[in-house]
Each structure stands twice: as C-alpha cells, then as structure tokens.
Ligand binder design. Structure first.
Ligand SMILES: Cc1cc2nc3c(=O)[nH]c(=O)nc-3n(C[C@H](O)[C@H](O)[C@H](O)COP(=O)(O)OP(=O)(O)OC[C@H]3O[C@@H](n4cnc5c(N)ncnc54)[C@H](O)[C@@H]3O)c2cc1C
Length: 461
C-alpha cells in the first residue's frame, strides 16, 4: 500500500461528483473529496429522468436504494416508471390523442428495474449521497482556481472563501456553468438557447381529481410549445412547460418581455397565471393539468460547444496534462436535452473511475505518476467524448431549427403548420435510443484497447 492515499478532488457534489465518490470508495489507496458550492444539499431542482443506461450504472455502483421500488408505481418508491413499458408517450395538444411512443422497453427485454425512471432530483441526489462518507463532502466550497506546485508535485485548489486544498487529481463536476471548465477554456461559457422551461413539482393530490389523467410520463406537443407531465416517486407529480424565444432579439420585440427578462436566472419564481395563459387554447386535459399546478419555477436552457479535449492542462497554473478533467454537464453543456443529463453524468463517473482504476488497481503498491494519469484521462475521454460530442451536434442542430422556425413564423406569407403536419413532426422526431441505451462498459473496453495499443505502437516507433 502507498504511504498516503491518492487524493482526488471533485468540484461539485451533484450527480456526477457523488457517483465518482461512490465508484472509488472501495479503493484502499484513494481518497475522494467533494468540494460543493452549496451550503447544503438542498431540495432545489425539479424532475430528472434516468434511462436504462443510467439505471444500469446505478445498479453497477451499488446504489440499490434508488432501484428498490420495483413495483410499477410504488407511490412511496423513489421513482416512477411507465407501466406500459413505453418510456414516453406523445400526445397531440388539441385532441389529446396518442400520436406516438418511444420503443417499448418490455419488447426489448430490458430488465424492469432498468426501465426509464423519473425522480424528484433531490431524491436521486439523496440516494447517492447516502453512499458517501459525509466527512468527504465539503459544503460552501466554491471552486475558484487551481495551480500546480512543482516542489510538492501536487495541485493546489483555491476556493472563493480564500481557503485552499491539496490534491493529486481534480475532476470538475460543477455542472453546466462549470468554473473548472471556464478556468481552462474561458470561451466555453454556455449561452442561453432561447428555450425556457416552467418546471413544477408538487404532491400528486393536486391532479388526482382530473378525469382521464394518463398514469404515465407524457409529452404533449403543440405547434410552438410542449408540455410534459408525469408522476414521480414519493407521491409527487411534475409538470414542465417549454417554449422558445429568439435569443438574439431584444425582449421588447417579442411579447413576453417578463419571461425573457427573467429567463437567464436559473430556477427563479414563475407565475402560474402566465403558465396557464400559455396553454389556454390547448385541449381540456392539458388545461385541467396546468390549472391544477400550484407553483412553478423558470429554468432557462443554456448550452455550449463541445470542448476540443477533456485533458485540461496548460499555461494557467502550469498544470501537467493528466491532472485535471471534467465530468457530467461540466464536460458537455448540452442543456438537459433529451432528459439525458443524469444518465450521462452517471456513465461519465463510472467511465472515469474505471479508467483511473485501470492505471491504479486497488492491489497496486505504487501511486500513479502523471504519465499514468494522462493515460487514464485519455481512456476516459475516448470512452465518453465521441458520444457526448454527437449529442451536442444534435442539440445545436435542433436548437437552431427551433429558432429558425420561430423566425419563419413571423415572416409575411408564412403558412402555419397544420395539425396533420404536427402529427408527422411528432412521429419523425429524433429517436433517443442511442442515448438511453448506450453501453458504456463496451465502449470503455474498446477505448482501453485502442489507447493501450496506440501507446504500444508509439513506444515501438
Ligand atoms: C440545483 C439543481 C437543480 C437541477 N434541477 C434539474 C431538474 O429539475 N431537471 C433536470 O433534468 N436537471 C436538473 N439539474 C441538472 C442535472 O442535475 C444535471 O443535468 C445532471 O444531473 C448532471 O449532473 P452533474 O453532476 O453534471 O451536474 P449538477 O447536478 O448540476 O451538479 C453540479 C454541482 O456542482 C455545484 N457547483 C457549481 N459550481 C460550483 C463551484 N464553482 N464550486 C463547487 N461546486 C459547484 C452545484 O451546486 C451542483 O451541486 C439541476 C442541477 C442543479 C445543480
């Protein structure tokens, strides 16, 4: 065993940060410390979905407390799953008819415990935190910067309160607006896409009286906005309305100035009256649901381009390559598209931990050197980045298409989409299977082979 544990510092104790700590907690030579900006792991946020890939990773990490509610809809279980086996059902805004579904998970033979599940985000975070030693979660620690101490061969992290911490490796898992990412790549700051979500989570009792309320996660599409609703675990319910603004225009040019002006603040208070007015001409099912929503919060959607590399190093602080990387939204600021952020964060965490253990197995007597860490970060990057880059390309294309269609709708002579064209658009939507059923284990095995073989070839040259 090494003299002292190898110290991994993680900025952020969201889904990715907690999962990294869990994945490495049984490694006798490693200590993972989470430095979290929040003063406590609070109940903010709304619903979060995990697809089969995220559920399998939770299972692999041993987070069985998040999987235990195997009854199809245990009101007191931690999450909710559509009993039909269709992860999502799509309805028409006016008629309420089912136009399409995502492919059946039952038909594909996916284990029921791995079916797409929907959580109140705070519950998922709690279930992960239950597996992490609270002494290793340092609250009120906002990452500000990092430098390399050549004499001590270690990183020095600085926080906004003026304190510092030493570490051997840093993972930025500090979310969409990651300070770790912008410390190394300042131009990667996310931009508002113009999309704005009204997210609400409340007790199911508020909607229990609604006649014909589907008991499944449902996405209702209209011509220029959508509404998602679903039961969650622990007797909760969520409603999410989403609409699109033109991010390039002044708010004064587009009705809804009040919304756009607040749109850049994450989770600010929204008005239920505004939410109701947005769906006033939709069918009765949707109107009954939004009328029952007791409160709502506004979540602007932001994203940024994919990074050239996840191997962060360079002149800032003289950090050697292999000592800093990113995970979760910090690595791929995709703005939550396709409800895949939670699963991606879990898969990132598993892939990072696996790559790290590949170069530093728990039986190893010697701590990894910078060259070993660089190998680990390259394997991790190889496992994940092509996948998340593909997602970012899809996200940017669909964001641009939404803004473009908004602009077209304001031009003279514009023919509005017909209800039949809307049905066609719903049926021809992007198939998210490649995201929700991605096999991170197989991709990792291929990445190890490719990176290790590449290194062997290089060493022969
Ligand atoms: C409060 C909150 C509410 C959310 N609500 C939803 C939701 O309702 N639905 C949904 O789909 N997604 C939501 N998300 C995003 C979702 O959690 C992520 O998309 C996904 O789970 C990826 O997880 P992550 O760990 O990469 O990022 P996150 O879950 O965003 O975690 C990042 C963590 O880093 C911390 N942090 C940020 N900056 C710093 C810093 N400088 N130093 C130290 N710590 C820092 C944050 O406080 C947070 O705990 C929410 C995120 C947060 C933080």
């Amino acid at each position: 065993m090494t003299e002292r544990p190898f110290r991994i510092a993680v900025a952020g104790s969201g889904i990715a940060g907690l999962a990294i700590a869990i994945a490495l907690k049984n490694h006798p030579g490693v200590q993972v410390d989470l430095y979290e900006r929040a003063t406590q792991l609070r109940e903010i946020g709304a619903s979060i979905a995990l697809g089969p890939n995220g559920m399998r990773t939770l299972d692999r990490l041993g987070v069985h407390n998040a999987l235990v509610d195997l009854a199809d809809d245990a009101a007191n279980g931690l999450s909710f799953r559509n009993t039909s086996g269709y992860p999502m059902v799509y309805r028409h805004y006016k008629t309420g008819e089912v136009v399409s579904t995502d492919p059946s998970q039952a038909d594909k033979g996916i284990l029921k415990k791995h079916w797409t599940a929907r959580y109140y985000r705070a519950h998922l975070q709690e279930s992960l935190a239950a597996h992490v030693d609270p002494k290793r979660i340092h609250l009120s620690k906002t990452f500000a910067g990092v430098a390399w101490d050549d004499a001590k061969q270690e990183l020095t992290l600085t926080f906004t309160d003026g304190t510092t911490a030493a570490a051997d490796l840093l993972v930025g898992a500090d979310g969409l607006h990651s300070r770790v990412r912008t410390f190394f790549v300042p131009q990667s700051r996310p931009q508002w896409t113009g999309a704005l979500a009204f997210r609400s989570v409340f007790p199911r009792s508020h909607v229990a009286h609604i006649e014909g309320l589907p008991h499944e996660a449902t996405h209702v599409w209209g011509h220029d906005r959508t509404l998602f609703f679903s039961p969650l675990g622990r007797d909760l319910y969520t409603v999410v309305g989403q609409l699109q603004y033109d991010p390039a225009e002044d708010s004064a040019d587009q009705g809804g100035r009040d919304l756009k002006d607040t749109a850049k603040v994450w989770a600010s208070n929204g008005s239920v009256e505004t939410l109701r007015s947005l769906y006033a001409d939709w069918g009765s099912l949707v109107k009954n649901i939004v009328n029952a929503v007791p409160h709502t919060e506004l979540y602007p959607n932001s994203s940024s381009d994919s990074l050239p590399t996840w191997v962060l190093s360079g002149t800032t602080g003289n950090i050697p390559a292999g000592r800093v990387t990113l995970a979760g939204d910090a690595a791929h600021a995709h703005g939550g598209a396709f409800a895949t952020g939670g699963s991606l964060a879990l898969d990132d965490a598993w892939a990072f931990a696996s790559a790290f253990q590949h170069v530093f197995p728990s039986t190893s007597k010697e701590a990894p050197k910078t060259a070993d860490l660089l190998r680990a970060v390259k394997i991790y990057e190889k496992t994940r980045k092509a996948h998340t880059d593909r997602l970012l390309r899809v996200v940017h294309a669909s964001n641009s298409a939404r803004v473009e269609s908004l602009r077209k709708s304001r031009q003279p002579g514009y023919f509005p989409e017909t209800d039949e064209q809307l049905r066609v658009r719903i049926r021809s939507r992007t198939d998210p299977t490649w995201l929700h059923e991605h096999d991170v284990q197989a991709t990792f095995a291929a990445a190890v082979k490719e990176i290790e073989q590449g290194l062997v070839v290089q060493s022969r040259l």
